[in-house]
Design a protein around this ligand. Structure first.
Ligand code: OOG
Ligand code: MG
Length: 259
């Protein structure tokens, strides 16, 4: 597909419409030999459509940074996606199940940056750019039928980004390397784990984020939120469900699912 700019623009329109209208689409790789580079180009074009509708970039999300996540979707490479203000759900808020194709939720750690980061940085440099950390929940929704995709598909689909909820921000004076966590649906634990599942230490996800965005001519900006990636497998959402994550030393974050 290299060089076929209108072709990639058309895929961006298809991915964006599927997300906007909550309908499932066939995988692009069923009929096209899409490269990873093509897929990130489609993602950027699809996000440009959101920007044209007034959405503002607020950060980035890392994906497939834990074994549990890789195993659940059958893709074993780190990916990233772009977060906009329209994707943020208020802490304790309610989402509409009907706004998604087949949403799932996963417990994540969020970093708030106070300085830009890009390219090759050390863990110490990455931590020095962190203003605050918070427990977070990511609502992912693959736009592909049956939540099935190959690596280029998921990248083109903004790495399944669809919503995120951030709990109380705290100063990063606590080592976030091995915090116990639980994901609860209607008060029952459905996943338990540790932030250590995220590349051994979530700061490694921030280091990788800085490196990956730089490959695409971007940098992580001061004021941005970076989601480190799901620490456990994701759990399917259903109408009426109350969702909460508890994270050792960082408190809780929650939301509800409406119709
Ligand atoms: C891909 C997005 C992965 C994570 O935290 O690993 C992701 C997916 O699972 O649909 O958000
Ligand atoms: Mg995630």
């Amino acid at each position: 597909m290299n060089g076929i700019v209108t072709g990639l623009g058309e895929l961006a329109r298809i991915a964006d419409d599927a997300a906007r209208l909550a309908h499932a689409i066939p995988q692009f790789t069923d009929r096209l030999a899409l490269t990873v580079d093509d897929a990130y180009a489609v993602q950027a074009l699809s996000l440009a459509r959101r920007a044209a509708r007034g959405e503002r970039r607020v950060g980035m999300k890392m994906g497939l940074t834990s074994r549990a996540k890789m195993a659940q979707v059958g893709v074993d490479e780190m990916i990233w996606g772009r977060l906009t203000d329209a994707m943020q759900v208020e802490e304790g808020g309610t989402i509409r199940r009907s706004a998604y194709v087949h949403p799932r939720v996963e417990p994540e750690l969020a970093f708030l940056l106070k300085a830009p980061l890009a390219g090759r940085v050390t863990a110490a440099q990455a931590l020095a750019a962190v203003e605050a950390v918070a427990p977070a929940l990511e609502i992912i929704d693959s736009r592909y039928r049956d939540f099935k995709f190959a690596l280029p598909d998921v990248i083109a689909d903004n790495s399944s980004s669809s919503g995120f909820v951030v709990g109380q921000w705290r100063r990063p004076d606590l080592d976030v390397g091995n915090l116990g966590l639980a994901l609860l649906a209607d008060g029952q634990p459905v996943q338990v784990g540790s932030t250590a599942a995220i590349l051994g230490h979530p700061v490694r996800s921030l280091v990788a984020a800085a490196r990956l965005v730089a490959q695409w001519g971007e940098r992580l900006e001061a004021g941005w939120i970076v989601l480190a990636g799901g620490a456990t497998a994701a759990h399917p959402l259903a109408p009426g469900m109350a969702v909460r994550a508890d994270m050792q030393g960082l408190g809780s974050v929650s939301f509800q699912v409406g119709e």
